[in-house]
Ligand binder design. Structure first.
Ligand SMILES: [Zn+2]
Length: 455
């Protein structure tokens, strides 16, 4: 007869390996999905974040409220080690802003100053407008734009392509003596809604004020120029950059039952632009991450590895949360199995893409093959595993060798509304929210039950 203690160890071992079998993981997935659909936790949390706290730009009191709220939600969900990790963040404020077309027809224009822009003098900047369709057109005009306002009317050909005009437009125009610059909103469609976003100055050229106009306005001004009409406009912006402000990443965990030092990060960013409610960008990623952990905990599932929720600060205009996390956690980066980021809205997840920027092609292929061994457990969600990008917030640790995973959503309407007054909760589907929270919970739990490593 075996000693009782030995028998107990065997039973535990059998029990734990049974927890990781494909059938057991599929059963866990079904329970997670049922619980998500019963409780709608991600949907309800996002409604609260949007309606009661609202948009959350770095340095704002709303972001401080969101940081406190997220910790209370994690504690209520039974997460442990819940805390805020302080970082200093840029503090840009929009102030009052307006624009008026003076010639050839007088009318107000909807604008949104770009994050980081300087303001105008109190009386504003009044000047003729030159419309260009590309940086090449600007370069051809060169000094002819001196003393004028340059408007970039560049149609949306994907975010990565068109956003270059938002980032660099002011510096490129200032190089030739422009007094301000405007950019057509970076988005595929518009209901006269301007899109803000961060911009960068070039220390080589003067800082000039810069704002986004709507697609409607950009195309109208372009038509006026094509007809040979003189376009005159007044731009007023009260934007300013204040001293850096205190902020924090929010962290909470489900400690692993067997390998607590091995960590799976689930993440989204708490900050947003100072318009709308930051529902798609990125309230959704925040609540998916929190809800995935809550679902696992509430069903009494015991992940073998630690599942750590990290809610980043300052993704939109500085990335100080991601950079600060890298610096504060350097010693344990080697133990992070993956860092998942959801930052593409609330529609259904389509892919989990594995980001290994420093790995060889062979190592990437091998790692992807390992990741695909979770496909059975994830069957119900139909999400694909592939190689690709992860996310801005995790990029500092991914650059240090941590495998990144981007949770990429369908995003059919994401770029229509992100960074606008229209990024609000009413556009969120409860079914999609339930689905995504359960998908992320299943992914994290299934990975936590394995020995899979991707580097
Ligand atoms: Zn975002």
């Amino acid at each position: 007869m075996l000693p009782a203690r030995f028998l107990l160890t065997c039973l535990t071992a059998v029990c734990l390996s049974a927890q990781s079998s494909p059938d057991a993981l599929r059963a866990a997935s079904e329970r997670l999905r049922a619980e998500a659909s019963r409780t709608h936790g991600a949907y309800e949390d996002l409604a609260w974040l949007c309606d009661r706290i609202g948009h959350r730009l770095s340095g704002s009191p709303q972001l401080d409220q969101a940081i406190a709220w997220a910790q209370s939600r994690m504690k209520a969900a039974g997460l442990v080690n819940v805390h805020a990790e302080p970082v200093m963040v840029p503090h840009w404020v929009r102030g009052q802003e307006s624009a008026e077309l003076l010639e050839p027809a007088r009318r107000p224009l909807n604008i949104l100053g770009l994050g980081g822009s300087i303001g105008t003098p109190k009386e504003g900047v009044t000047a003729d407008v030159v419309v260009v369709g590309s940086f090449d057109e600007l370069e051809k005009l060169g000094p002819a734009v001196k003393g004028k306002i340059v408007l970039y009317d560049v149609p949306f050909k994907g975010y990565g392509h068109t956003v270059a005009y938002r980032h660099a437009g002011a510096a490129r125009a200032a190089k030739f003596g422009a007094v301000a610059s405007l950019v057509r909103s970076v988005g595929p469609v518009s209901l006269d809604t301007p899109h803000t976003g961060v911009m960068d100055y070039d220390p080589a050229y003067p800082k000039i004020p810069t704002a986004a106009v709507t697609i409607e306005a950009a195309t109208q001004l372009h038509r006026m120029q094509d007809r040979g009409e003189r376009i005159r406009l007044r731009l007023q912006m009260g934007a300013q950059t204040l001293p850096d402000a205190p902020s924090a990443n929010v962290v909470g965990e489900l400690r692993g039952s067997e390998k607590p030092e091995e960590v799976i990060i689930l993440s989204g960013h708490l900050d947003s632009w100072d318009v709308g409610q930051g529902a798609q960008d990125d309230g959704a990623g925040v609540v998916f991450s929190m809800e995935a952990a809550r679902l696992i905990q509430s069903l009494g599932l015991k992940p073998k590895r630690t599942i750590r929720v990290v809610l980043w600060t300052n993704e939109e205009n500085g990335l100080r949360g991601g950079l600060g996390y890298r610096d504060a956690h350097r010693a344990e980066l080697k133990d992070i199995v993956v860092a998942v980021e959801s930052d593409s809205g609330s529609e259904r997840v389509k892919t989990f893409s594995l980001d290994l920027p420093k790995a060889s092609a062979q190592a990437k292929a091998d790692a992807l093959a390992s990741l695909k061994s979770l496909s059975q457990a994830m069957e119900a969600f139909g999400a694909e595993f592939r190689l690709g990008g992860s996310g801005a917030d995790v990029s500092p640790i991914v650059a240090e060798g941590v495998p990144g995973i981007g949770m990429h959503h369908a995003a059919t309407h994401y770029f229509d509304i992100h960074h606008t007054h229209a990024d609000t909760f009413d556009k969120v589907s409860r079914d999609d929210m339930d689905f995504n929270a359960a998908a992320l919970a299943t992914f994290a739990y299934a990975l936590a039950q394995t020995d899979l490593k991707f580097r």
